[in-house]
Design a protein around this ligand. Structure first.
Ligand SMILES: [Ca+2]
Ligand SMILES: [Ca+2]
Length: 219
């Protein structure tokens, strides 16, 4: 029985299959609860359904609540409401715990900047945190350039996509943290979703060893 030398390329006889599925996000469009007025300046902790506010707090003294929950005050990306990650005077963050399987997780969101402070760059950091608050994975900052064309009625929203490679399944905080410090005019987000979680490539097909056995049987 002769041994068969299979070219390495045979190992590529595999079929890639994505097994991704959407990961549920609570109130990713920030439409709950419905704001009675145009906005809620530094809402109370827990006031944005599904989201926890952290960081900031320079003006509230509470260490939280330092974002602005915006309603009809300006144009949202979807619905009516969105979030300015800077409240009165500080950079803050919002987060929500989500369960992620192993694999690639894609986080989709819309970004713009509070145009009230004039032109300039707004930035935010998108991270996955462990439940003790330590960083699990973080991505290079997302930026948005506010220009003279931005206004409350034309916020010029742009789509953003963050991609995390999750090696360990678990529950993590999905966190959006403002990078603009010492200003009340921060990055603004809306339409958060995780359209794909657990995206992996399953290698279906026969291994080189299996192929060798078949070939030997045939010869
Ligand atoms: Ca919205
Ligand atoms: Ca603000």
């Amino acid at each position: 029985m002769k041994m068969i030398k299979w070219p390495l390329a045979m190992a590529a006889l595999a079929i890639g299959i994505s097994t991704a599925s959407a990961v549920p996000i609570i109130n990713g469009d920030f439409e709950l609860p419905v704001l009675p007025g145009g906005y809620s300046n530094e809402p109370a902790p827990g006031a944005i359904t599904g989201w926890e506010v952290t960081g900031g707090g320079a003006s509230t003294g509470t260490g939280s609540g330092d974002v602005d929950f915006i309603g009809s005050f300006w144009q949202a990306n979807d619905g009516v409401q969105s979030v300015d990650l800077n409240g009165n005077d500080d950079a803050a963050a919002i987060r929500q715990a989500i369960a992620l399987p192993v694999g690639t997780a894609r986080v989709s969101f819309a970004m713009t900047g509070n145009p009230q402070g004039g032109v300039g760059t707004k930035s935010l950091t998108l991270s996955l945190l462990n439940l003790d608050g330590s960083t699990f994975l973080t991505l290079p900052d997302f930026t948005y350039e506010v220009t003279g064309a931005n206004s409350f009625t034309n916020m010029l929203w742009e789509d953003r996509l963050g991609v995390f490679n999750v090696a360990t399944a678990g529950t993590y905080y999905l966190e959006f943290k403002s990078g603009n410090t010492g200003t009340p005019f921060g990055p603004v987000i809306d339409s958060v979703s995780v359209p794909d979680g657990g995206m992996t490539v399953m290698l279906l097909g026969m291994s080189v060893t299996t192929l060798g056995l078949i070939r030997r049987k045939l010869s």
